[in-house]
Every structure is written in structure tokens, then in C-alpha cells.
Design a protein around this ligand. Sequence first.
Ligand SMILES: [Zn+2]
Length: 302
Amino acid sequence: MLQFGIDLGGTKTEIIVLDAGGNTLLRRRTPTPAPSYTDIVNNIIQMVKDAAAETAASDFTLGIGIPGAMSPASGLVKNANTTCLIGKDLKGDLERGTGKPVTIANDADCFALSEATDGAGAGYGNVFAVIIGTGCGGGWVVNGGLVSGPNAIAGEWGHNPLQWRSENDSQIDCYCGQQGCLETLLSGPGLRQQAEKETDIDLKAQQWQQRAEGGDAQALEVLNNYYLRLAKALAGVINLMDPHVIVLGGGVSNMPGIYDAVPQLWTDYVFSDTVVTPLRKAMHGDSSGVRGAAWLGAKDSA
Ligand SMILES: [Zn+2]
């Protein structure tokens, strides 16, 4: 059976069709219609119909990754930054429109499922994966299946506070209503803001990386401070879940120094005499969200 996946983003909607072996048969993206729920739903239905016609698929699974979550209490969308989705019966509307069962998950969960299925976490039983970009969305996969939980927030690591905080770590207000969430320090914008506090210089994460590669001592210190915060934050994950592997995606995960520095730094905070957990970069890059959505439908119907 073919697997259809949709990655619904704020600006683009992407569809992928995978065969059972994970090979890509079709991949296409369209702009997400301006904030109209009906237009968004109709656009997805049309993309599915077009892809089904093009791949001559009559029997397929359909999974959708969204920038939000499904409320277990109501079955409706919650926590979505594409706010016109909130409170809507997206699952029901798409099932009526496509005639197929639809599985919906948070986009970070789709990322985790993709990497755990045939990416950097393949072959490991307990996988924690996190997208560090404009935010810090995490997902948790055990024995090939997403861990969800009664509140649909398993793996939502970014809205915990930083453990072992130092006095230099900012206590920034987070949009979630709390202060000092990991996301406010570790996301790309968080790195930028914290670095500006340390140096009075306003540069993006990528620009700090470039300066560090040129041997700039101040940039190296900025990155080392960042690595230490990331190590503390991931040590908390290891102490709680002891994953077999941790996978990083998103823009910040492209900083190559992370993969040597962070596992050396987290040993001071993990409650174990040795720490063997590998820290790996995502294999599927920008494709992970949509690939994970496709696996989502397949696993739900298996
Ligand atoms: Zn928060």
C-alpha cells in the first residue's frame, strides 16, 4: 500500500507519496492558502486527489503533520500557531473530503517518527528527536511508535525550564506564559538574544557560527556557552528517558561543533558513571516532517 503524507506549514503545504520501502514516488508543495480554514482543507483535499490520480493509487494511508496538536479531550486542533485551525475538526473534515482515514500529529512528532523509522534514529528502540529552529519542538518514539500520552504533549521538551541554570542565563518571557523555557535560550532566536546579552553584538546563530569557524574568540565563547546550555537540557532528557539515541534537526542543528562538544559536556549532569548516548544529526533534513506524516498513517493502519 502507498503512504501519503502531508506537512501543513504556515506558509507551505507539502505532499509526499512513499512506497512501502520508503521510496519517494511524488513530492509537491503549494503555498498554504491565506488564513482561511475552509481554503486550507480544500487545498489539502485537492492535493491528495491529484497525487492519487498521478500515482494511480486507490488504496493508501494518509497522515498529516500540523503546527499544533489534536486535543485528546475534544478531538479538535489545539496549540496551533496557524490559529485558524484551532478548535476545528480537521480530522473529520479531511476524512469526509478524501474518503480515507486520516491520522494527525504534531509536526515535531512527525519529524521524530521519520528519523526513528529510516533516518538517524533507525534501529534504536527509544528515540528522542528535537527540531531546534525558530522553536524547540520534540518528539519521542519507542519501538517504532510515537509516544503520545493523555495530554498529547509527550516530548514537549522546549517548555520546560533549563536545569542547572547559571546566573548568566536569561529569564526571557515565553509565548506559552512562562519564563525561562528552554526554547527561549536554545532556539535560533534564543541563541541570538542570549549572545547579544553576553556580547552586546546582535548576530544570527549562523553568523556566530561563521565567526567561530574563523577563529574569533568571542564567537567561540558564545557557542561554548550555548553548547553547555544544550548539554544541560539534554542531560535532563537522558536522566528521565535514557533514550538510545538523540537526534537533532532544524537550523541550529547544522552547527557542526554540537556533536563533539555537547556529549562531553552532558556527562557532568547525567546521573551515571558513563554516558554512551549518541547525539546525531537528522538524516532527512527538511523532508523529515512530510516523510514522518506518511509513516504516521502507515503505522496507524498497521
Ligand atoms: Zn514556554
